[in-house]
Design a protein around this ligand. Structure first.
Ligand SMILES: *Cc1c(COP(=O)(O)O)cnc(C)c1O
Length: 403
């Protein structure tokens, strides 16, 4: 092609975007969400509303609660919702049924998992290793769990974890993906390093469940937690989940042994005897409204393979980085997100001096990401409802805003 007939880069990228969208096997999923013209790149913080949720909630509130009232604990399946919805999440994280229970927040589940892991660890193991770069709540909870169990807390970067493991390590709490940079940590190899040292591995899957295959069973993860309002679209404050590997369930000694985790909750016994299996991770009465909104939200995963989601996620983030390189003046922003696919989650983090102001202007122009102080622009890519044309437009608007 001669110089004079070469289309401008933007026409070429826009044409590529159209082709990629036309070939996208997940493209039809977007219609299952309530969305508008806004390019929503914040599904890693709060997933969009699945279209099935409002109708389900109307039924839950007016019929199940309004008409059936207390009968719904049984007749509408309220009582068993935590395990039932846990089993719906299980395949998304690579877990066989019976190991995931839904309830409480991620913070609370981090606490349950860490204290239970210390109680399962062998004698003489009195150290909790925690990702020093973690989302703050995990670090706060780990510090308190360490104080309560008489352990020492060792905050280190995930890369340093293998070097600090030893005969005193009880448990290691790690994030599958870094919430700031989007870096994906090597779950299989870190888990085996933790096991080689005789310790337990607890993984926080908040930024990977629903974005990429996790494989908790396959990789021998001991315990895992995660929220459901990011890539799982459960809605604001939707309950989190706790995974306890099957062969550890009998040894799971909850630090919050509420009546819902009793073997016979309605026996109203004075003595505590834990339930078997996943319900042992329950605490008190489940937040049924949020939980049933989550259950409706999870229907968008019917017929979706997490592998297809991962493939599209990588294609979206690759394409975004390529468009940014084309549209944004060199040196104006710098990507903190690893270029290597095996080290990348489903978000792109761009460093930029005036990031707060830039994000404000992006949002004004209909491109929603988020700002993480002091200088980070964060863009989450949710393959079920973000397309390639969205990505091209987002990068083009970014180029104009910072130009
Ligand atoms: C989002 C997130 C949380 C949220 O915790 P909540 O208790 O649900 O508020 C915790 N940890 C990580 C790593 C997260 O990304």
């Amino acid at each position: 092609m001669s110089e004079t007939t070469a289309p401008p880069a933007s026409a070429e990228l826009a044409a590529r975007a159209r082709k990629l969208d036309a070939a996208d096997e997940l493209a039809g999923k977007r219609a299952e969400f309530v969305l508008d013209e806004v390019i929503y790149l914040d599904g890693n913080s709060l997933g969009a509303l699945p279209a099935a949720v409002p109708g389900r909630m109307a039924d839950v509130i007016t019929r199940q609660w309004g008409e059936l009232r207390i009968r719904s604990w049984d007749e509408s399946g309220w009582w068993t919702a935590p395990e039932r919805i846990g089993d719906r999440i299980a395949p998304l994280i690579g877990a066989a049924p019976g190991q995931v229970v839904v309830g409480d927040s991620t913070s609370v589940n981090v606490f349950k998992a860490l204290v239970a892991a210390v109680r399962m660890a062998g004698d003489g193991r009195d150290e909790i290793v925690v990702d020093a770069t973690t989302f703050p709540t995990d670090g706060y909870i780990a510090r308190s769990a360490a104080r309560m169990t008489g352990c020492t807390l060792r905050p280190v970067t995930p890369a340093e974890v293998p070097d600090v493991l030893g005969p005193r390590t009880a448990v290691v709490l790690l994030n599958h993906a870094d919430y700031r940079t989007g870096r994906l940590h090597d779950l299989p190899s870190l888990t085996s390093a933790v096991h080689a040292a005789g310790a337990l591995a607890v993984w926080d899957l908040c930024h990977t469940a629903g974005a990429l295959p996790v494989g908790v069973d396959e990789h021998g993860v001991d315990l895992a937690v995660g929220c459901t309002y990011k890539y799982l679209n459960g809605g604001p404050g939707s309950p989190a989940y706790l995974y306890v590997r099957r062969d550890l369930q009998d040894r799971f000694d909850s630090p919050l042994p509420g009546w819902n985790s009793h073997v016979e909750p309605f026996g109203m016994h004075g003595d505590y005897e834990p339930a078997r299996g996943a319900p042992r991770g329950r605490v008190g009465t489940p937040d049924i409204l949020s939980m049933l909104a989550l259950e409706a939200a999870l229907e968008v995963w019917d017929g979706v393979s997490v592998e297809a989601v991962r493939a599209k996620s990588l294609a979206l983030t690759d394409f975004f980085l390529e468009c940014v390189a084309e549209y944004v003046e060199p040196g104006r922003v710098e990507s903190l997100t690893p270029a290597a696919h095996e080290e990348r989650g489903s978000q792109v983090a761009l460093c930029c001096d005036d990031a707060g102001d830039v994000m404000k202007r992006l949002i004004e122009r209909g491109v929603v990401g988020d700002f993480r102080p002091p200088n980070l622009l964060r863009f989450g890519f949710t393959p079920l409802y973000v397309g390639f044309a969205d990505v091209e437009r987002a990068a083009r608007v970014l180029g104009e805003v910072v130009g």
